[in-house]
Design a protein around this ligand. Structure first.
Ligand code: ISE
Length: 334
């Protein structure tokens, strides 16, 4: 049976998801591209061969010819649209974040608990990245002994918006590390501290965070949204018997004039292209079988990242170490 998918949001990520559904998801059909900007929706639909365009997300979610939904609209719409999908009985792949409000994430979890099943798969695609998959597998095999620390760099070429702030580095970019570290270590966080160096220019400076896990491990995360040289994310997991690090990902290396070079991607869509494909294929299986994907991030994971991001912003603003305090994990997400 072909799974008919609607993509809500025709911006950067919506266009990317529409293309993945149209080109890389055998068994799926791109049924609708929905955006408030009709011209933008039509452009993505024409490029991907979508069957229809629309500008009303609620109507799209309720359509009988839509079996599942991918939400890639602005962040503040993610939780409300996920709630609408749950109420319509339709599974949804929701781009991160589920919400920057822990309370709003709790409302999504409450709706799934009332429905008796998870409906939301969250777009933390790094769980599907081969480097992080191998890192987690090595830890679980005992290759490096018990995990002690995890170092994380997350560097963008330039901030996506002129008004980008240090707090936004924590709420917009860092959730990927907050989630993938929890996924690799199987931990929750106990506390977070956050600092910023001073740049000599007017662009937002990097944010450096130190997190303490509930198993007495240390995690540091550097978010640098103005690294300039390329899109570069790295991680190194240090254990009691060794360490394992992600490698720079490039398909080619150029050797000339006594030097060698491997190019960086311009942004995350290139570096994590395969991870998005794997994530979206897992979502298609989820819709087809009803079995929640083993690697997927749930509404609980969205809540966990929202709580630590909120504490991280407080830590940056106060200069004080902040506790990370969460509600008990509902049985549905055990
Ligand atoms: C962006 O929103 C993403 O989700 C990317 O994966 C991340 O690398 C980037 O820093 C964020 O701004």
């Amino acid at each position: 049976m072909t799974i008919r998918i609607a993509v809500i949001g025709a911006g950067l990520m919506g266009a990317d998801h529409a293309r993945i559904v149209a080109e890389d998801l055998p068994g799926a059909a791109l049924q609708v591209v929905c955006d408030m900007d009709a011209e933008r929706a039509r452009k993505v639909a024409d490029e991907t061969g979508a069957k229809d365009v629309a500008d009303d997300p609620a109507m799209v979610i309720s359509r009988v010819d839509v079996d599942a939904v991918i939400v890639a609209s602005p962040d503040f719409t993610h939780a409300p649209l996920s709630l609408a999908c749950i109420r319509a009985g339709k599974r949804v792949l929701c781009e991160k974040p589920l919400s920057q409000s822990p309370a709003e994430c709790i409302s999504v979890m409450q709706a799934e608990q009332a429905a008796g099943a998870p409906y939301v798969q969250l777009g933390f695609m790094r769980r599907y990245d081969e480097a992080y998959r191998q890192m987690k597998a090595a830890l679980e095999r005992g290759t490096i002994g018990r995990a002690l620390m995890m170092h994380n760099f997350h560097r963008n070429v330039a901030t996506p918006a002129a008004d980008f702030t240090g707090a936004m580095a924590i709420t917009n970019s860092a959730p990927h590390e907050f989630d993938v570290v929890r996924h690799v270590l199987g931990c929750e966080y106990r506390a977070i501290s956050a600092f910023q160096p001073k740049r000599s220019d007017a662009v937002v400076a990097p944010v450096m965070m130190v997190l303490e896990t509930d198993d007495d491990q240390l995690v540091n995360i550097e978010i640098n949204n103005n690294a300039a040289y390329g899109y570069d994310t790295r991680a190194e997991l240090v254990g009691e018997a060794g360490s394992i690090a992600t490698n720079h990902v490039a398909y080619t290396r150029t050797d000339r004039a006594l030097s060698t070079a491997a190019a960086y991607e311009t942004d995350w869509r290139g570096r994590y292209a395969e991870a998005y494909r794997r994530q979206n294929r897992a979502f298609l299986q989820f819709v087809r079988t009803g079995n929640y994907p083993v690697l997927a991030a749930s509404a609980w994971d969205g809540y966990a990242t929202a709580v630590v991001a909120e504490a991280g912003v407080r830590a940056l603003q106060t200069g004080q170490r902040q506790p990370v305090i969460m509600v008990a994990k509902p049985e549905l997400y055990a």
